[in-house]
Write a protein that binds this ligand. Structure first.
Ligand code: COA
Length: 257
Protein backbone atom coordinates (compact mmCIF):
# COMPACT_ATOMS: atom_id res chain seq x y z
CA UNK A 1 0.00 0.00 0.00
CA UNK A 2 3.01 2.30 0.58
CA UNK A 3 3.50 2.14 -3.17
CA UNK A 4 0.38 4.20 -3.89
CA UNK A 5 1.44 7.45 -2.15
CA UNK A 6 4.91 7.08 -3.70
CA UNK A 7 3.39 6.66 -7.18
CA UNK A 8 1.07 9.64 -6.68
CA UNK A 9 4.01 11.75 -5.51
CA UNK A 10 5.97 10.75 -8.62
CA UNK A 11 3.07 11.59 -10.93
CA UNK A 12 2.59 14.99 -9.27
CA UNK A 13 6.31 15.69 -9.51
CA UNK A 14 6.45 14.75 -13.23
CA UNK A 15 3.51 16.99 -14.06
CA UNK A 16 4.90 19.89 -12.01
CA UNK A 17 8.27 19.57 -13.75
CA UNK A 18 6.65 19.64 -17.19
CA UNK A 19 4.68 22.71 -16.19
CA UNK A 20 7.71 24.61 -14.93
CA UNK A 21 10.09 23.58 -17.74
CA UNK A 22 7.83 23.69 -20.84
CA UNK A 23 6.45 27.12 -21.80
CA UNK A 24 3.71 25.35 -23.77
CA UNK A 25 2.44 23.76 -20.54
CA UNK A 26 1.71 27.06 -18.79
CA UNK A 27 -2.00 27.37 -18.16
CA UNK A 28 -2.63 23.74 -19.09
CA UNK A 29 -4.41 21.62 -16.49
CA UNK A 30 -2.52 18.89 -14.63
CA UNK A 31 -4.87 16.27 -16.06
CA UNK A 32 -4.21 17.43 -19.62
CA UNK A 33 -0.44 17.32 -19.09
CA UNK A 34 -0.71 13.87 -17.57
CA UNK A 35 -2.84 12.65 -20.46
CA UNK A 36 -0.93 14.16 -23.38
CA UNK A 37 2.75 14.94 -22.56
CA UNK A 38 4.93 12.14 -24.01
CA UNK A 39 7.91 13.10 -21.83
CA UNK A 40 5.74 12.58 -18.76
CA UNK A 41 4.50 9.21 -20.02
CA UNK A 42 8.03 8.05 -20.80
CA UNK A 43 9.38 9.01 -17.39
CA UNK A 44 6.52 7.40 -15.48
CA UNK A 45 6.90 4.23 -17.56
CA UNK A 46 10.63 4.28 -16.84
CA UNK A 47 10.10 4.63 -13.09
CA UNK A 48 7.91 1.51 -13.24
CA UNK A 49 10.31 -0.43 -15.48
CA UNK A 50 13.26 0.60 -13.31
CA UNK A 51 11.52 -0.58 -10.12
CA UNK A 52 10.82 -3.99 -11.66
CA UNK A 53 14.36 -4.14 -13.04
CA UNK A 54 15.85 -3.39 -9.59
CA UNK A 55 13.62 -6.09 -8.08
CA UNK A 56 15.05 -8.60 -10.57
CA UNK A 57 11.72 -9.21 -12.33
CA UNK A 58 12.42 -10.74 -15.75
CA UNK A 59 10.90 -9.59 -19.05
CA UNK A 60 8.45 -7.06 -17.60
CA UNK A 61 10.91 -4.10 -17.40
CA UNK A 62 11.85 -4.47 -21.08
CA UNK A 63 8.21 -4.99 -22.05
CA UNK A 64 7.25 -1.72 -20.32
CA UNK A 65 10.19 0.09 -21.95
CA UNK A 66 9.25 -1.29 -25.39
CA UNK A 67 5.60 -0.26 -24.97
CA UNK A 68 6.63 3.19 -23.80
CA UNK A 69 8.93 3.52 -26.83
CA UNK A 70 6.12 2.50 -29.18
CA UNK A 71 3.78 5.11 -27.68
CA UNK A 72 6.18 8.03 -27.10
CA UNK A 73 9.15 7.45 -29.42
CA UNK A 74 11.38 7.71 -26.33
CA UNK A 75 13.61 4.74 -25.56
CA UNK A 76 14.97 4.48 -22.02
CA UNK A 77 16.75 1.33 -20.89
CA UNK A 78 15.22 0.07 -17.62
CA UNK A 79 18.68 0.07 -15.99
CA UNK A 80 19.36 3.75 -16.76
CA UNK A 81 19.46 5.85 -13.58
CA UNK A 82 17.49 9.08 -13.68
CA UNK A 83 17.19 11.64 -10.86
CA UNK A 84 14.32 13.90 -9.84
CA UNK A 85 12.99 16.79 -11.90
CA UNK A 86 13.79 15.11 -15.22
CA UNK A 87 11.96 16.42 -18.27
CA UNK A 88 11.96 15.40 -21.93
CA UNK A 89 10.37 18.04 -24.15
CA UNK A 90 8.56 16.74 -27.26
CA UNK A 91 10.37 13.44 -26.89
CA UNK A 92 10.38 11.63 -30.22
CA UNK A 93 13.73 10.01 -31.04
CA UNK A 94 15.29 10.21 -27.57
CA UNK A 95 17.52 7.26 -26.64
CA UNK A 96 18.96 6.76 -23.14
CA UNK A 97 21.31 3.80 -22.85
CA UNK A 98 21.68 1.13 -20.20
CA UNK A 99 24.54 2.64 -18.19
CA UNK A 100 23.49 6.28 -18.55
CA UNK A 101 23.22 8.23 -15.29
CA UNK A 102 21.22 11.43 -15.11
CA UNK A 103 21.21 13.77 -12.12
CA UNK A 104 18.45 16.08 -10.89
CA UNK A 105 16.62 18.76 -12.89
CA UNK A 106 17.93 17.71 -16.30
CA UNK A 107 16.08 18.66 -19.50
CA UNK A 108 16.37 16.86 -22.85
CA UNK A 109 14.78 17.89 -26.13
CA UNK A 110 13.72 15.60 -28.95
CA UNK A 111 16.27 13.47 -30.75
CA UNK A 112 18.86 13.41 -27.94
CA UNK A 113 20.99 10.29 -27.71
CA UNK A 114 22.88 9.29 -24.58
CA UNK A 115 24.58 6.38 -26.28
CA UNK A 116 27.63 4.17 -26.41
CA UNK A 117 30.39 4.43 -29.01
CA UNK A 118 30.52 0.77 -30.08
CA UNK A 119 30.37 -2.68 -28.62
CA UNK A 120 32.19 -1.85 -25.37
CA UNK A 121 30.84 -3.43 -22.20
CA UNK A 122 30.59 -1.97 -18.70
CA UNK A 123 30.00 1.74 -18.21
CA UNK A 124 29.64 2.98 -21.78
CA UNK A 125 27.00 5.71 -21.71
CA UNK A 126 27.20 9.32 -20.50
CA UNK A 127 26.80 10.63 -16.98
CA UNK A 128 24.84 13.87 -16.91
CA UNK A 129 25.07 15.88 -13.70
CA UNK A 130 22.42 18.18 -12.18
CA UNK A 131 20.78 21.12 -13.99
CA UNK A 132 21.98 20.22 -17.48
CA UNK A 133 20.04 21.09 -20.65
CA UNK A 134 20.66 19.08 -23.81
CA UNK A 135 19.35 20.59 -27.07
CA UNK A 136 17.42 18.78 -29.74
CA UNK A 137 19.31 16.23 -31.81
CA UNK A 138 22.45 16.33 -29.65
CA UNK A 139 24.41 13.06 -29.55
CA UNK A 140 26.43 12.36 -26.40
CA UNK A 141 28.48 9.24 -26.89
CA UNK A 142 30.61 7.15 -24.55
CA UNK A 143 31.21 7.18 -20.78
CA UNK A 144 31.71 10.94 -20.68
CA UNK A 145 30.59 13.26 -17.88
CA UNK A 146 28.62 16.42 -18.50
CA UNK A 147 29.31 18.75 -15.58
CA UNK A 148 26.47 20.32 -13.61
CA UNK A 149 24.80 23.43 -14.97
CA UNK A 150 26.04 22.91 -18.53
CA UNK A 151 24.16 23.33 -21.80
CA UNK A 152 24.67 21.24 -24.91
CA UNK A 153 23.63 23.02 -28.11
CA UNK A 154 21.11 21.51 -30.51
CA UNK A 155 22.73 19.21 -33.05
CA UNK A 156 26.03 18.84 -31.18
CA UNK A 157 28.06 15.63 -31.13
CA UNK A 158 29.86 15.33 -27.80
CA UNK A 159 32.46 12.64 -27.14
CA UNK A 160 34.56 14.32 -24.43
CA UNK A 161 33.82 15.39 -20.86
CA UNK A 162 32.06 18.73 -20.52
CA UNK A 163 33.23 21.00 -17.67
CA UNK A 164 30.59 22.29 -15.23
CA UNK A 165 28.66 25.45 -16.15
CA UNK A 166 29.75 25.34 -19.78
CA UNK A 167 28.04 25.69 -23.13
CA UNK A 168 29.18 23.14 -25.69
CA UNK A 169 28.12 23.31 -29.35
CA UNK A 170 29.00 21.84 -32.75
CA UNK A 171 30.50 18.67 -34.18
CA UNK A 172 32.86 17.89 -32.62
CA UNK A 173 31.29 19.46 -29.56
CA UNK A 174 33.51 22.18 -28.14
CA UNK A 175 33.03 24.67 -25.30
CA UNK A 176 32.03 28.18 -26.35
CA UNK A 177 31.43 29.29 -22.75
CA UNK A 178 33.00 28.04 -19.52
CA UNK A 179 31.74 29.63 -16.31
CA UNK A 180 30.14 32.31 -18.47
CA UNK A 181 33.36 33.25 -20.31
CA UNK A 182 34.69 32.38 -23.75
CA UNK A 183 37.54 29.84 -23.49
CA UNK A 184 40.93 31.36 -24.24
CA UNK A 185 44.33 30.02 -25.27
CA UNK A 186 45.91 28.29 -28.27
CA UNK A 187 43.28 25.51 -28.46
CA UNK A 188 40.27 27.80 -28.18
CA UNK A 189 39.88 28.72 -31.85
CA UNK A 190 37.56 25.97 -33.06
CA UNK A 191 36.25 28.01 -35.94
CA UNK A 192 39.54 28.03 -37.86
CA UNK A 193 40.57 24.38 -37.59
CA UNK A 194 43.22 23.17 -40.07
CA UNK A 195 41.62 21.54 -43.12
CA UNK A 196 44.27 19.52 -45.06
CA UNK A 197 41.79 18.47 -47.79
CA UNK A 198 40.80 22.07 -48.53
CA UNK A 199 44.50 23.05 -48.50
CA UNK A 200 45.32 20.31 -51.03
CA UNK A 201 42.45 21.37 -53.31
CA UNK A 202 43.56 25.01 -53.17
CA UNK A 203 47.16 23.98 -54.02
CA UNK A 204 45.90 21.83 -56.91
CA UNK A 205 43.77 24.68 -58.26
CA UNK A 206 46.76 27.03 -58.28
CA UNK A 207 48.92 24.37 -60.01
CA UNK A 208 46.25 23.82 -62.68
CA UNK A 209 46.16 27.56 -63.38
CA UNK A 210 49.96 27.63 -63.81
CA UNK A 211 49.93 24.48 -65.94
CA UNK A 212 47.14 25.82 -68.17
CA UNK A 213 49.03 28.99 -68.86
CA UNK A 214 52.23 27.01 -69.50
CA UNK A 215 50.73 24.30 -71.72
CA UNK A 216 47.81 25.91 -73.53
CA UNK A 217 49.62 28.13 -76.11
CA UNK A 218 51.56 25.33 -77.90
CA UNK A 219 48.49 23.07 -77.97
CA UNK A 220 46.39 25.82 -79.51
CA UNK A 221 49.06 26.47 -82.07
CA UNK A 222 49.18 22.76 -82.84
CA UNK A 223 45.41 22.59 -83.25
CA UNK A 224 45.55 25.62 -85.51
CA UNK A 225 47.75 23.62 -87.81
CA UNK A 226 45.35 20.68 -87.98
CA UNK A 227 46.64 17.60 -89.78
CA UNK A 228 50.18 17.95 -88.59
CA UNK A 229 50.54 15.10 -86.04
CA UNK A 230 54.22 15.84 -85.59
CA UNK A 231 53.45 19.31 -84.35
CA UNK A 232 50.95 17.91 -81.80
CA UNK A 233 53.61 15.46 -80.63
CA UNK A 234 56.07 18.29 -80.29
CA UNK A 235 53.49 20.28 -78.36
CA UNK A 236 52.86 17.30 -76.03
CA UNK A 237 56.56 16.91 -75.36
CA UNK A 238 56.84 20.63 -74.90
CA UNK A 239 53.96 20.45 -72.37
CA UNK A 240 55.72 17.66 -70.45
CA UNK A 241 58.91 19.70 -70.28
CA UNK A 242 56.97 22.69 -69.03
CA UNK A 243 55.16 20.52 -66.43
CA UNK A 244 58.53 19.25 -65.18
CA UNK A 245 59.60 22.84 -64.81
CA UNK A 246 56.40 23.60 -62.86
CA UNK A 247 57.01 20.59 -60.60
CA UNK A 248 60.51 21.78 -59.91
CA UNK A 249 59.35 25.25 -59.00
CA UNK A 250 56.16 24.29 -57.02
CA UNK A 251 57.29 21.05 -55.36
CA UNK A 252 55.57 17.65 -55.37
CA UNK A 253 51.91 17.41 -56.39
CA UNK A 254 49.78 17.63 -53.17
CA UNK A 255 47.28 15.15 -54.66
CA UNK A 256 50.05 12.58 -54.88
CA UNK A 257 49.83 12.25 -58.70
C1 COA B 1 23.43 26.22 -26.78
C2 COA B 1 22.18 26.96 -26.33
C3 COA B 1 21.61 26.26 -25.12
C4 COA B 1 22.50 28.40 -26.01
O1 COA B 1 23.35 28.49 -24.88
P1 COA B 1 23.97 29.86 -24.36
O2 COA B 1 24.88 29.57 -23.23
O3 COA B 1 22.85 30.83 -24.13
O4 COA B 1 24.87 30.27 -25.57
P2 COA B 1 24.73 31.49 -26.57
O5 COA B 1 23.35 31.59 -27.12
O6 COA B 1 25.33 32.69 -25.92
O7 COA B 1 25.69 30.98 -27.75
C5 COA B 1 27.06 30.79 -27.53
C6 COA B 1 27.71 30.58 -28.88
O8 COA B 1 27.33 29.29 -29.39
C7 COA B 1 26.69 29.41 -30.66
N1 COA B 1 25.60 28.43 -30.68
C8 COA B 1 24.51 28.42 -29.87
N2 COA B 1 23.78 27.32 -30.11
C9 COA B 1 24.42 26.64 -31.08
C10 COA B 1 24.14 25.41 -31.74
N3 COA B 1 23.07 24.67 -31.43
N4 COA B 1 25.02 24.97 -32.67
C11 COA B 1 26.12 25.70 -33.00
N5 COA B 1 26.43 26.88 -32.39
C12 COA B 1 25.59 27.34 -31.45
C13 COA B 1 26.20 30.85 -30.72
O9 COA B 1 26.10 31.30 -32.03
C14 COA B 1 27.28 31.57 -29.95
O10 COA B 1 28.38 31.75 -30.78
P3 COA B 1 29.36 33.03 -30.58
O11 COA B 1 29.98 32.91 -29.23
O12 COA B 1 30.38 32.90 -31.70
O13 COA B 1 28.49 34.23 -30.69
C15 COA B 1 21.13 27.04 -27.43
O14 COA B 1 21.64 27.73 -28.55
C16 COA B 1 20.60 25.70 -27.89
O15 COA B 1 21.12 25.05 -28.79
N6 COA B 1 19.51 25.30 -27.19
C17 COA B 1 18.79 24.10 -27.49
C18 COA B 1 17.37 24.49 -27.77
C19 COA B 1 16.58 23.38 -28.39
O16 COA B 1 17.05 22.28 -28.63
N7 COA B 1 15.34 23.69 -28.63
C20 COA B 1 14.45 22.74 -29.21
C21 COA B 1 13.06 23.28 -29.01
S1 COA B 1 11.93 22.26 -29.85
Amino acid sequence: MALVPGALREIRSCVATARSRDPAARGVSQLEILATWPGVHALLAHRLASAFHSAGVPLLPRAIAALSRAVTGIEIHPAARIGDGFFIDHGMGVVIGETAEIGNDVTLYQGVTLGGTGFATGKRHPTVQDNVTIGSGAKLLGPITVGHGSKIGAGSVVIHDVPPNSTVVGNPGHPVRVEGRRPEGPDADWVHLPDPIADAIKALASRIAVLESAVAPPVQEARAEAGSENRVGDAGRDGHNRRDAVNRSLGPNPAGG
